[in-house]
Design a protein around this ligand. Sequence first.
Ligand SMILES: C[S@@+](CC[C@H](N)C(=O)[O-])C[C@H]1O[C@@H](n2cnc3c(N)ncnc32)[C@H](O)[C@@H]1O
Length: 250
Amino acid sequence: MTAPDYESREAVDQYLLFHYGSDEANLPWSFGPSGALRYPVRVVEALLDSSILPSGGKALDIGCAVGASSFALAHRGLEVTGFDLSAALIKAANQITQGEIRDISIPRSGTLEETVSLIPPEKPVSGKVAFLVGDAMNPPTPAEPGNDVVLLANLIDRVPDPWKCLQEAIKRLRPGGQLLLASPYTWLESCAPPEKWLVRDKEPPLEVLQRTIGKELKLAFRTDIPFLIREHERKFQWSVAEGTRWIKSG
Ligand SMILES: C[S@@+](CC[C@H](N)C(=O)[O-])C[C@H]1O[C@@H](n2cnc3c(N)ncnc32)[C@H](O)[C@@H]1O
């Protein structure tokens, strides 16, 4: 399988739909898996422990795509930096932030498309959001433990070195801060060689995570989070991410 292309117009529209499309546009079937809709917001609701957030805290959303999880974090009063390797996705995230919401084309069948409107996120009351182009392997934000929350949603199976990606994320988390991880663990050789995947023949990903990042962080919570990505009107990817919250020691 080839590595996903996150720069094309189709990819941008697919992520705009996934993050800001209506339920009906994402899933035009009343008997479909509606519990898998609105993932970018649900992943934050499921994993963030708001009871331990300091007021005016900071957050990073690494691999933020078009930014709906960043807005969800900002709605909890956090000052959020979202960054992503794809300049096209970050351009769309910045347009959303500035209220420039365009209609998108979504596939129905073959070349048949449908135009749909997006639902823009509400402006956070106290939190803030900024979006940057940047690489999770060498993040554009200082390598200092300045963040209360670091979110990696559906990222670790898309980077060339998942362990390095996690180390860079952990460096940027303050002691007592929350690392929120969600992944369906769809490892692809086109993204990373198998020896870099966080899974072994006899060791599921969560056990690998416990053995590696578990030295520096304590697993506080684990759950399963379904999500749905529309391919076309009659074909969907239904996946289940494993969601975990880790608290940095110190
Ligand atoms: C499967 S998408 C998940 C996006 C978003 N977090 C979500 O849950 O909808 C993976 C994202 O990671 C980004 N990405 C891939 N490699 C990256 C890297 N090395 N650094 C930063 N972002 C990366 C892609 O551009 C894409 O937006």
